[in-house]
Ligand binder design. Structure first.
Ligand code: ZN
Length: 187
């Protein structure tokens, strides 16, 4: 009995959908959706290609990212302050459809395996902060080699961490660095 009721309801629904499909604005809506999906795929492909080129040509400079320090077997992820690759992305197990295009590009790049053993700054640092500091240094001194860059980076990071500032000043500092105004991961 229950099955019959459900079937009846389902058939009615299908009929209603068929009627809707003849409506001009519904036809237009579906057409726009299709176009949007096709365009997004095109955009996604080109964006990821461009990012992969950027990642491949980056002479990475890694910082360690804050992690679960209490866990002895946990190896913290590292992030490149120059191009933004984040090796922790895969561990955080986000679904591909929830990822931004940049994150999808990083996942694509990590398929070939990331060599994290090259240049490394021995600090634990939030990657957004790391990238913001790098951008500031790079604006002033473009094209530094990794060793010099690492020295400048550590100095700048220590300056930031050495001075206790109130919340207002923290906000304006975040703004100066191009971070979001509620950025908190200074340490
Ligand atoms: Zn890089």
């Amino acid at each position: 009995m229950e099955l019959e009721i459900l079937l009846k309801e389902y058939t009615k629904l299908l009929e209603e959908i068929e009627i809707m499909k003849k409506d001009d604005s519904v036809v237009k809506y579906c057409c726009l959706q299709e176009k949007r999906e096709a365009l997004y795929e095109q955009l996604r492909t080109i964006y990821i290609q461009k990012k992969l080129q950027e990642y491949n040509s980056c002479n990475h400079l890694w910082v360690e990212m804050p992690g679960e320090e209490h866990s002895p077997i946990y190896v913290n992820a590292v992030g490149c302050i120059k191009c933004g690759i984040d090796t922790g992305l895969r561990k955080r197990k986000k679904k591909l459809e929830d990822m931004s295009l940049e994150e999808q590009a990083i996942m694509e790049y990590s398929k070939v395996g990331i060599n994290r053993s090259l240049d490394f700054i021995d600090v634990v640092c939030d990657l957004n902060l790391g990238r913001a500091i790098f951008n500031k240094i790079n604006e002033q001194y473009p094209g530094l080699d990794n060793r010099t860059l690492a020295q400048y980076f550590v100095t700048a990071l220590n300056d930031i961490r050495g001075i206790e500032v109130n919340e207002e000043r923290q906000k304006s500092r975040a703004k100066r660095l191009g971070l979001s105004k509620d950025f908190k991961s200074w340490k």
